[in-house]
Design a protein around this ligand. Structure first.
Ligand SMILES: [Zn+2]
Ligand SMILES: [Zn+2]
Length: 274
């Protein structure tokens, strides 16, 4: 039973964080807890999320750093503003039903400035905390976004295919390369799906409902409002990313370098968009 859950958690976390994950059940008195970490850092050299059942109906998740995390903390301190913004947006996407504790920091501007950093979350269920459904829900709802945020801060590289052709950057607009990087980042994809679901913004196709287990093909599109040409503003992952099915995504990028807007693609379509 618990073995099956470990495999599920590992898969969810690897897809969401784009990093390799280690999972183990740790004995803790009468009740066991579950520990989750990045495989290449192990439990002492990086962040560890620990899931513990509390009382009869609750879970507590505590994210802390292992005692030899100096190198990784230095890497986190060097994270770019955009990575920090995405990490905060991922944590902010955790449901309001979950009580978060930033241990003296605030949800809007928390930072990892030392190995004493701690992030806690508590959630209450109707069912027992050792129930499969509760454990899966806590993993998906809390641990995945928390660890994805850490992966973004640490800077796990996303393996990027070489661009098909060099795109000329044009003034005022976000460079094509940067847009592609944002669209292909698994953490951006995770955030986009958590916020907007897996339904295509243009044609409303929901690939997982149509293709079942082969339907995890929704893509992330980075909106570039025309206004950005005149008034560039900081990138906001929560606002600027929308889910599109592969067809609509391909279609929206047929105009280059500035892709069509959602409204423009809808007006080109021969089928109604809503
Ligand atoms: Zn579509
Ligand atoms: Zn796109």
């Amino acid at each position: 039973m618990i073995g099956a859950k470990e495999a599920l958690i590992k898969k969810e976390l690897e897809v969401g964080t784009g990093a390799q994950i280690g999972v183990a059940v740790a004995a803790k008195g009468r009740r066991s807890s579950m520990k989750i970490w990045f495989s290449d850092l192990d439990q002492r050299h990086g962040p560890v999320a620990e899931l513990s059942p509390v009382g009869l109906f609750s879970h507590r998740v505590e994210l802390t750093f292992g005692q030899f995390s100096g190198d990784v903390l230095a890497q986190i301190k060097a994270a770019e503003e955009e990575d920090v913004g995405l990490a905060r947006a991922l944590v902010a996407s955790i449901s309001r039903n979950v009580t978060m504790d930033f241990h003296g920091q605030s949800a809007a501007d928390w930072i990892v400035s030392s190995g004493a950093f701690k992030l806690s979350a508590s959630v209450r269920y109707e069912t027992k905390p050792d129930d499969d459904v509760s454990i899966a829900s806590t993993c998906r709802e809390i641990i995945v976004p928390m660890m994805a945020a850490m992966a973004e801060l640490i800077g796990y590289d996303v393996i990027e295919p070489q661009p098909e052709e060099a795109e000329p950057a044009f003034e005022g607009a976000v460079s094509q390369h940067l847009v592609q990087k944002r669209e292909r980042n698994p953490r951006n994809r995770l955030l986009c799906i958590r916020l907007h679901g897996e339904k295509c913004t243009v044609c409303h196709l929901e690939p997982v409902k149509v293709y079942g287990s082969a339907g995890g093909i929704i893509e992330v599109h980075h909106l570039e409002p025309l206004a950005q040409l005149q008034q560039p503003r900081p990138y906001d992952p929560a606002e600027d990313l929308v889910p599109l099915c592969p067809n609509c995504h391909r279609a929206i990028h047929t105009r280059r370098p500035l892709p069509y807007s959602i409204a423009e693609l809808c007006s080109l379509r021969t089928l109604a968009c809503d």
